[in-house]
Design a protein around this ligand. Structure first.
Ligand code: IPE
Ligand code: IPE
Ligand code: MG
Length: 226
């Protein structure tokens, strides 16, 4: 499953707090969501933490988000690792400050053999960019004679995406009442069940996770068949 964790700013505004306080509360909600998903037996949880379009925000907000990322990777790494969680990154996290990128790389490398659950964090991720990268990679293979154009099929495209080693996306949740994908997992969402909920991300808790999974279980999936 994947979550577009939206509504931190509105959560803070409703309380008369700075947006950074909303992001802090949102980071706590992300921790809780990982725990709740693990308890429910979710194989892979993908969290949209920063889009390739979020660079349009003021520098002060980007600094706050980077500082939170640094803090949480340091603080949460040991417990993730202890719980058998493999950390994976979607997108290009090397655009963040070098020390943060290194912390992330280190956490990914050190958890790479964990098998209980995968937590994928989308950082400086955009689905169109991901698809463009995949196409560039396949084109390079064709140019170098390693691949024929006629051999490019859905399986090859999937193998060239950032999500190549993740299970198929079954459930995509967006919080905060917005009903759009904001450039998230466009290819992968082709047959995902979409769930838009009004809850602002910092208020999303274990009960919200259980309610979402319950709703998913009720859905009838047809994949074009009958
Ligand atoms: C989501 O909350 C977190 C990020 C995009 C990093 P927002 O910051 O988008 O919160 P709203 O949409 O302004 O309420
Ligand atoms: C999408 O939320 C990105 C993340 C949750 C990280 P945004 O708040 O950036 O999306 P828009 O701008 O409302 O589409
Ligand atoms: Mg938002």
């Amino acid at each position: 499953m994947a979550i577009i964790m939206d509504g931190n700013g509105r959560w803070a505004k409703a309380r008369g707090l700075p947006r950074a306080a909303g992001h802090r509360a949102g980071a706590e909600a992300a921790r809780a969501a990982v725990r709740a998903a693990g308890e429910a037996g979710v194989e892979c949880l993908t969290l949209y933490a920063f889009s390739s379009e979020n660079w349009r925000r003021p520098a002060s907000e980007i600094n706050d988000l980077t500082a939170l990322l640094r803090f949480y990777v340091k603080k949460e790494f040991e417990s993730l690792h202890r719980e058998g969680i493999r950390l994976k990154i979607l997108g290009d996290h090397t655009a963040f400050e070098a020390d943060v990128a290194r912390l992330v790389d280190d956490a990914v490398a050190r958890t790479s053999a964990n098998e209980r659950m995968t937590v994928a964090i989308a950082l400086n991720y955009g689905a169109r960019g991901e698809l463009a990268n995949a196409m560039r990679r396949l084109a390079a293979d064709v140019a170098q004679g390693r691949l024929q154009p006629g051999d490019i099929d859905e399986t090859r495209i999937e193998a060239a995406l950032d999500t190549h080693d993740l299970p198929p996306l079954d459930l995509l949740i967006r919080t905060s009442g917005e009903q759009r994908l904001s450039n998230f997992l466009l290819w992968q969402a082709a047959y995902a069940e979409l769930l838009f909920i009004e809850t602002l991300w910092p208020d999303f808790d274990g009960d919200s996770m259980r309610a979402a999974l319950h709703e998913f279980a009720r859905r009838e999936r047809r994949y074009g068949g009958l």
